[in-house]
Design a protein around this ligand. Sequence first.
Ligand SMILES: N[C@@H](CCC[C@H](N)C(=O)O)C(=O)O
Length: 321
Amino acid sequence: MVKLLKVHGSENKFFILDQTLLETTLNDDELKSVAINFCDNILGGADGLLVIDTSENCLGKMRVINADGSEAKMCGNGLRTVSRYLSEKYQLDNFKIETMESDLDVEKAPDLYNGVPAFSVEISPISFQKADLPFSYKQNDEMIDMMVPEFLPDQSFTAIAVPNPHLISFVPEVSQLELGDLGQKLNGKNEYFPEGVNVSFSQILDTNKIFVQTYERGVGFTNACGTGMSATSLAFAMLHPDKFDPDKEISVYNPGGMVKTKITLNPVKENSQLRLIGNATFTHTLEVSEFNLHSNNLNDIDVAETGEEKDYQAFVESISQ
Ligand SMILES: N[C@@H](CCC[C@H](N)C(=O)O)C(=O)O
């Protein structure tokens, strides 16, 4: 039997499959089918499948398969949960994890709340270049605080790859309707973001305090998007210096809870440093036979709750007071 986990970071939910536990690893087609099946049908679904593989230079490698079967370059909330998994497996608190474009530094952080383990993860590399998003809008090589009436008439937009693509707009109040419409438009066939984009709207609440909601590529509305909150924090620090204190962490509220980000701006903006700090919660363990996993038959799974979710909900309750 193979043991999987259901996990979340700020209620951005995933299944973790450690391929190193298998006799025979799943190939890419099998991973895609299993990701779609798990994310649609098991335990209320999830936003993606996080796949752990061996790595030559790091403690492990993380791949991110979105709910629709597409593969993402990175996942910030997911990386925290994979960090916890590898930390417990190898009894280490500080190490590197290989992702599609870079080896990222991760470390155990103080618990977010009683019974809520937390990890701090590096988010990198950063790019604003149109080729790295990719996007196409008139002759622009970058899109930074730019009015784009083709998206929405009265909002400005910033595009940042970390390295998955994000489009960010600061708004007086988040409109789910406008976010959903724009997210759908830019993730369907469109001339601006040919590979789709994660779209985040953010409300500035106070100094170093923002709210972020994201329409995710390959998923749709999500409770939280880790790379989205990191990219939005970078845009916030760059574009709203009057509300940004560089010596302190930023509190990023989201529909699933709250994370912290630490932004160290660099005059060369691509060399700025981003860290994402937040919960790594395991909600369920699942056991399935390797044969059933290979044949994408998920009818016979043993599920057990870990009991961690009540502590996470107590944390959410504590920040809403
Ligand atoms: N929610 C993730 C991002 C997942 C990838 C995204 N759907 C994409 O396709 O780029 C996060 O926490 O960063």
